[in-house]
Design a protein around this ligand. Sequence first.
Ligand code: AMP
Length: 422
Amino acid sequence: MVEKFSAPKGVSEYFPPRGRDFETAIEKLLEPVRSAGYQLIELPIFEDTELFTRGVGGSTDVVTKEMYTFQDRAGRSLTLRPEGTAGVARSVIEHGLERGQLPIKVFYKGPFFRAERPQAGRYRQFFQVGIEAIGADDPALDAEVIYIAHRALQNLGLKNFTLKISSLGDGESRSKHRIELMKFISHIDLDQESLDRVAKNPLRLFDDKRKEIIAAMESAPLIRDFLSPDSQENYESVKSHLRNLGIAYEEDPRMVRGLDYYTGTTFEFLHHGLGAQSAIGGGGRYDGLLQALGGSQLSGIGFGLGIDRALLALDAEGITLEQERSGLDLYLIPLSPASKITSVALLAKLRESGLRVDMSYGDRGLKGAMKSADKQGAKFTLVLGDDELSSESVHVKNMASGEVVSVKLSASEISSFIKKMI
Ligand code: AMP
C-alpha cells in the first residue's frame, strides 16, 4: 500500500463546504477596511530573518521560540512571516511610500507562521486580516483603527466580544516606568532565561503565565502611573473618540502585547466563546519601528485579526454566515454523446451570462445526476437527450416546486428564463 500524507502538524486548512465560510469571512472583515480607504498590500511570505528579529523584538516568544527560519541555497537566513507589521514597514521604507501621501493606509490578508504548541485556536500556520496606518500620530487615527476592527467583527455578526485598551506611553513615560519596574523586579527570584527577557523588555513579565510570577507581579508598578502629560492627554483623547463612536472598552493597565515594538495605544479584542485562546485580534501604535528598520521617524498604528479564531467564534455564537448566493442556479444533465457536446458549449455560454452552472460529468444516469444537482443546491435542472436536441426544446425543472417548463434550446432563452425565476 502507498503511504498516505497528512498535513504538517498544527496547521489550519479549509476545504468545502467550510472553504466558503473562510472566503466569506475574509470579505466581511474587509468591508469596513475598504470603506475607510485602506488599500491592499501584498507581501512575501518569507523575509530576511533579521527584519523580524529587529522589527518584532528579541524579548518576544515569537522571535526567540516560534520562527520558522531556514537558509536558502545562497546561505541567506530567511523566515516565514510570523506577523504582518514588520513586512509592511520594510516595504514602505524600501519603496519610498513614506515620501508620498500620509497616512499610508494599507491592508493585508494571508497566512502567518509561528512554531507554537498546537491546540484549539492556536496553529502553526494561521490566517490574519490586518491594517496599518502609517505617518500620522493622531489619536483620531488610533480611534479609527480600533473602530474598523470593531466594525469588522460586528460585520461578521459577532456579539460576544469585548475590547481591552491600554497605553504604553511615549519614550519618556516608558523610561521612567522601566526604572521603577526594574527595581521592583530585582526583588523577584527569576531564572536566567527570565532575567534575559527582562533585560530586553521588562514588560514581558506582565505576560508571564507562571502562577508565582503572576502573584509576584500583582503589586508591580504600572505604566499608567508613569504616563507623561503628553501621553496621558493622547490616551484620554483616544478614549474620548471611542466613547463618541459608541465603542465600549475596558482599560487593562497590565496588557502587554506579544510584540516589542508597541508604544502608546494598544488594544486587544477578546471573544468569550473561545476558551483559552480568546484573543481574536489586537494591535497598537508603534513609534520607533520604521526608524529601527532604517526608515524615517514615522509613527504607525495597526491591527491583526485572526481569521481562524473568527470562524471558531462564529461557531461558538451559533452564527451561520449568509452566503451572497449559495448553490448552483442550474445543473445540466446530458443523456447521450451528442447532447454532451451541446451541453459543454451551452454550459460555457450560460456561465458567461453570469449564471452559476455545472453539469453532470462522467456519463452518469439520470437518477445519480439528479442527486448531484440536489447536493449542490441547484435551483433548476435541465435534462438534455436526443429528443430535446431534435425538437430544439428543453425541459427546465424547478427543484423547489417540481414545476417543469419548456424552453427553447438556446443559451440566451434559457439564461433569461432562469434569471427571471431566481
Ligand atoms: P498577534 O500578532 O499575536 O497579536 O495576533 C493577532 C491575532 O492573530 C490574534 O488575536 C489571534 O486572533 C491571531 N493569532 C495569533 N497567533 C495565532 C495562532 N498561532 N493561531 C491562530 N491564530 C493566531
